[in-house]
Structures are given as C-alpha cells and as structure tokens.
Design a protein around this ligand. Structure first.
Ligand code: SF4
Length: 456
C-alpha cells in the first residue's frame, strides 16, 4: 500500500475511534485553558510575535555567518563541533564517538531531532542502552512507541493507560495516582543518571554570539542529562540559531506560553561548554552535532525557508482541526500537524509524503497561533502546487482537472448540475476520502443566482 493510502486508511480509522477522541479532547482542553491564561500575561502579544518573527527572519538571512560564529565561539569555550550533512553521517560520527568512549549506557532528554534520525534504534544496534528521561518520552519508550506530539509525547495516553502500562512492564499497582507514577519514574531514573556514560540533549536555541546551547524543560531531567555523565552530546538542527542569549528573554517566554501555557518553563538551562578546571560540576567533554538533513535544500527555496523559523512550540498542532481528528501517529513522520505537513515532505521523500500538505482545511488557525508568524497556509498551498507536478497518473489528472475547473467560472457555468453532480459522485471521493458526504451542485449556477439576488 502506498503512503497516501496508508494515511487515508489510518485517518479514517482513528477519526472514528471514540477512546482516542475522548483522551485527546480531554488533554487538549487542559492545554487550551493553560495557553489562554499564558497569553493573557502579555501586554502586547502581537508585538512580541512580530519581534520574534523579525529576529528569526534575520537569522535566516544570515544563517551561514551565524553558524560560523557559533562554531568559533563553541570551540573557544572548549567544546567540539561536528557537522553532519545527513542522518547517516551523523549516526556514523556518533557511533565512532560512542565506541571510542566504550559507552554502555546513555541518558537522553527530550529532543525531536534525535527522533528524526532514529537515534535510539541506531544506538541499540551498538548494544548501548538509551534511556529517555523526559516523563512523556519515557512512557512512549516503555510502550515501544514514538512521540505522539512534538511537545507532549504521551498526549494520547490517559492516566489509566499509563498505570496499566507500568503495571505490565514494572509490576507497579494498577491504581497508582499520577503523582505516584511520577515518583516511581523519578526513582528509577536517578539510578540511570548516575550510571550513564553519556548524556544527549537537543537544543531549543543555539546562541551564536556566546556559543551557548539553551535548553528549556519542566522536569530537571535535561539538566541532569547534561551534567551528570562525563560527556554531554548536543544534537541540533542548523536552524536552531538565534543571534545571542540577549534574545532569550523574548524567545523563552514565547516558547513556554505557546507550548504549555506557562510564563516560563521550570528550568531554563544554558550550557557554555565542558566544565572548567576551576569548576566542580559538569561534564568533562561537550560535543555539539549540527545536523543539516535537507535543511539546506529548504533554505535554498526562498518561499519555503520561512518554515525554518519554527521554534517547535507545538501550538499549530493543538490548533489544527485535522490534527485533533486524526492524531499524531497518522502522519507517520517525526513532525506532525501543520508544520509537519510543511516540513516532513521535504525532510523525507517528497513523492511519498506530499499528500500531508493536503491534510489541512486551510482554516488558518495554525498561522494565527504561531509565535514566529510562519505563513503556514501559504506554505501548505506552495507544497500542494509542487505536489501536483510530481503526482502521476489518475491523481494528477483529477487534481489538474479540479484546479482548472474551480478556477474558471465560465467553465463551471458551462456544465449543468446533473453533469457536475455525476462527476463529483464518480471521482469526488478519490480526492476527499470515501467516508465524506459530498455537497451537491444546485440547479442554478452561482452567476444565475447572483443575478436574481441583485435584481431583487
Ligand atoms: S510552526 Fe509556529 S506554531 Fe507550529 S510549532 Fe513551529 S513555531 Fe510553533
């Protein structure tokens, strides 16, 4: 079955799954409430978003220079920098490093880019245990699943689902409360932090002027991941740059308020390199991997490059009516929701994944909530245009015919309602899915009705 057929089948199945709907609606409603309160804390949210957008535009314009500046500062700080053109190169470089250090176990804090390169899978192939330390990530790892959402990986699970999972995997009581489940994981992870040879984190922001890595989190696990083991490895996409730590007072609250509704996340960490000879705590070695993985190709497209402004707050996913119906797993990609539908076809094979750009009602809610003002609907439409070019066979014919007729009023008026309804009933479900009710054309054309209306 092709990716698009898989997608349609899974979307139809999950959209009618009442349990899934109940859990997502419950978790999203809590998010909506928190975010509404988070936004109220801003005197002028639009101004903050405008400023963030401008800074991120500047970053895009100066990306090569800022990357070089960041590297120079990181090296001065005593850390190492590896550049990886793609996933394979990064995994090769990382494997060499882990083998040289004779690593047996590593701890990880939440990082979508490590999901993008399927780090755990590759590390396990080296017989190295990789332990997720973010609670949500720990839950999905224990369940043998992938993150469901870029900010809240276990959003699709209820408290009872998690209690039953832990009962099965660890023998804990099925009736544990959320607090007791959390305490259980906390105790288990402490031992892992102490034992781990390496800690791997992502980066929310890379600060060019200071060569610093900014990581925000709510559980303290990223701080422990970075500071307990003797080696701290950072893996980040090249788009994560901001000019300086001076921009963090703008970006940190925007990320927190749009991601979880908080004023600030509980821990806001800045890592400036390995520990100095005068310092007691911290890793002896710090290595930063800068991953391209098709970001340069996106960068070279003047329209698409604004998608690299994304700070992965997840707000557009939560606002999206399609995401709320089909859930995170249906996309079959690391990045889901509106930004995922823009980026994933380019990160993966565009021919196989361009259907994701059609998984949007184009209602504009995603664009409205985006804290860095990414024109998501425009980018989705841009992908759709590109998709028509690479589509083949019947789908291409259908889409082209639809585009040609819907954009030409005279052509629409040339056929009567019988013919139009016949064509819709024969081919319409190929475009919108077989479970959708299609509207029928009225006997009078739009122009005929309009004339009658004007005459009245
Ligand atoms: S596109 Fe905007 S709203 Fe969506 S995750 Fe990125 S920054 Fe957040």
């Amino acid at each position: 079955m092709s990716k698009v057929q898989d997608f349609k089948k899974e979307a139809a199945r999950i959209a009618s799954d009442q349990n899934h709907r109940r859990t997502i609606q419950f978790n999203m409603s809590k998010y909506d409430l928190a975010v509404a309160n988070g936004r109220k804390r801003y005197k002028n949210l639009e101004l903050a978003k405008e400023q963030a957008s401008i800074i991120k535009n500047q970053v895009i314009n100066q990306l090569p220079d800022l990357l070089m500046e960041f590297e120079t500062k990181v090296l001065n700080n005593g850390a190492e920098v590896y550049w990886a053109e793609n996933q394979e190169q990064l995994i090769d470089q990382l494997s060499e490093l882990l083998k040289a250090e004779q690593v047996k176990m590593l701890v990880k804090s939440k990082s979508m880019v490590t999901e993008e390169i399927e780090l755990n899978h590759h590390v396990n192939n080296l017989c190295i245990e990789s332990v997720e330390t973010d609670l949500g990530e720990f839950i999905v790892q224990t369940a043998g699943e992938k993150p469901y959402h870029i900010v809240t990986p276990a959003m699709h699970k209820s408290k009872q689902d998690i209690a039953e999972l832990f009962n099965k995997e660890f023998g804990t009581d099925k009736n544990l409360s959320a607090e007791e489940l959390t305490a259980f994981v906390r105790k288990l992870l402490r031992k892992k932090f102490i034992k781990a040879d390496v800690g791997i984190t992502g980066a929310n922001f890379l600060c060019a002027k200071e060569g610093a890595v900014a990581v925000t989190e709510n559980e303290g696990n990223a701080l422990l991941t970075a500071s307990y083991p003797k080696t701290h490895i950072v893996i980040a996409g090249i788009e994560k740059l901001i000019p300086s730590i001076e921009n963090l007072p703008l970006f940190w609250p925007l990320l927190a308020s749009h991601g979880t509704g908080q004023q600030l996340t509980v821990y806001s960490n800045l890592f400036f390199g390995p520990k100095k000879s005068t310092e007691v705590d911290g890793p002896e070695q710090m290595v930063i991997f800068l991953l391209d993985n098709k970001r340069s190709e996106i960068y070279s497209d003047k329209t698409l490059q604004s998608s690299l402004k994304c700070i992965r707050c997840g707000a557009c996913l939560n606002a999206c009516p399609v995401y709320k119906n089909i859930g995170g797993y249906t996309y079959s990609t690391t990045y889901s929701g509106p930004i995922g539908s823009v980026l994933s076809p380019h990160f993966k094979d565009f021919g196989d994944y361009n259907h994701l750009s059609f998984a949007s009602s184009l209602c504009g809610s995603c664009e409205e909530v985006c804290p860095v003002k990414i024109p998501l609907t425009k980018l989705l439409l841009y992908n759709r245009q590109k998709a028509i070019v690479v589509q083949s066979g019947f789908d291409r014919f259908l889409n082209k015919s639809l585009y040609t007729s819907l954009s030409n009023r005279s052509l629409m008026n040339a056929f009567n309602s019988f013919f139009k309804n016949l064509a819709t009933s024969l081919f319409g479900n190929n475009l919108v899915g077989k479970d959708k009710d299609l509207p029928s054309f009225s006997r009078k054309t739009f122009n005929q009705q309009w004339k009658k209306h004007i005459k009245r």
